[in-house]
Ligand binder design. Structure first.
Ligand code: 2RA
Length: 313
């Protein structure tokens, strides 16, 4: 987030707040302060990146101080009074906030960046998606599990249920009674809210893969009308925050190694689903940096829009 604030030319006095454990740590020349109920006095904007229980604890303090919070947790994402925003898709929702704006889940942002133009053209009614999620999505322990297992294949995993090196794990989040994980539900629940498409149906399988950074997704989107691949390519090639990488003859397609540490979502492997004779289903592959566009950059882009609006007033 600090890097993104600099890259997006956000000129602000920045304070870093965290638990007592991190107090005194220095990050980018800024000393971390301990978060207390008084911390938010005089603060205009808060970028939150905590677990849900921690976020729920400090949010009332930030609200009391009159801050506008852009929150990366999932605690408020489905709250009717909290806009859930991807600035390229539903920027108008930002300004309906009542003090909290939620940043969507990383794999939801990446999928919707690839899909929102298709939805605008043909209205998507159903999505079938398989994700390939990088170990860094699970935080520092996810990275260290892969690092340690590459050195010693018998190292005990800490972040994941099983060895992740040379393996894939079809579980992200906990399972419900239907055998669907919390991560898998996010794509439908958050997708409906961001696209303003309350009937959207999503079937998703989320898979952890031994990739350091950047999530990839294989997606089939069933639309109300027959799709035209050239029209979709045309729309994607002009879509802000998207790069069309779709030239199989030249071996050009999205891969996580290409999207790491930048903001654009790459989209390619576009084709019509050969099993749908109506021609209404498009299949694609996309990749995006889940730490940048899937979290930090998306939050900073929302902040930038708030500041621009404030400067216009
Ligand atoms: C991941 N952080 O585990 C994401 C889940 N939202 O990849």
């Amino acid at each position: 987030m600090l890097d993104c604030l600099q890259e997006y030319n956000i000129d602000a006095n920045i304070r870093l707040l965290a638990s007592a454990r991190s107090k005194g740590k220095v990050i980018n020349d800024l000393v971390v302060e301990e978060l207390t109920p008084e911390s938010f006095k005089g603060v205009d904007y808060v970028l939150g990146a905590c677990e849900n229980d921690v976020t729920k604890k400090w949010m009332p303090w930030a609200q009391e101080a009159g801050c506008v919070v852009i929150d990366n947790s999932s605690a408020y994402r489905l709250d009717d009074n909290v806009p859930l925003v991807v600035p390229e898709i539903n920027p108008e929702d930002i300004f309906k906030h009542q003090g909290i704006i939620a940043n969507p889940n990383c794999s939801t942002i990446i999928a919707l960046m690839a899909l929102h133009d298709i939805d605008n053209l043909y209205h998507i009614n159903r999505i079938i998606c398989t994700t390939f999620q990088a170990v860094s999505g699970a935080g520092v322990k996810g990275i260290s599990d892969l690092e340690r297992e590459i050195q010693d294949i018998h190292a005990a995993p800490e972040a994941f249920q099983y060895q992740i090196a040379y393996n894939v794990i079809p579980q992200i989040g906990g399972f419900d009674e239907n055998g669907i994980t919390s991560e898998e539900w996010k794509m439908q629940n958050e997708g409906r809210k961001i696209l303003h498409s309350p009937d959207l149906k999503v079937s998703c399988t989320c898979v952890r893969v031994p990739v350091w950074r950047s999530h990839s997704e294989s997606i089939m989107a069933e639309c109300d009308q027959e799709v035209d691949l050239n029209e979709i390519r045309q729309a994607l090639s002009h879509s802000e925050g998207v790069q069309l990488k779709d030239d199989p003859d030249q071996l050009i397609y999205p891969m996580p190694i290409l999207t790491t540490n930048q903001d654009d979502v790459f989209v390619g492997r576009l084709h019509k689903d050969p099993t749908d004779e109506s021609g209404k289903t498009v299949s694609l592959f996309c990749a995006g940096d889940q730490i940048r566009k899937g979290a930090a950059s998306n939050a900073v882009q929302i902040l930038k829009k708030l500041i621009e609006k404030e400067n216009q007033a």
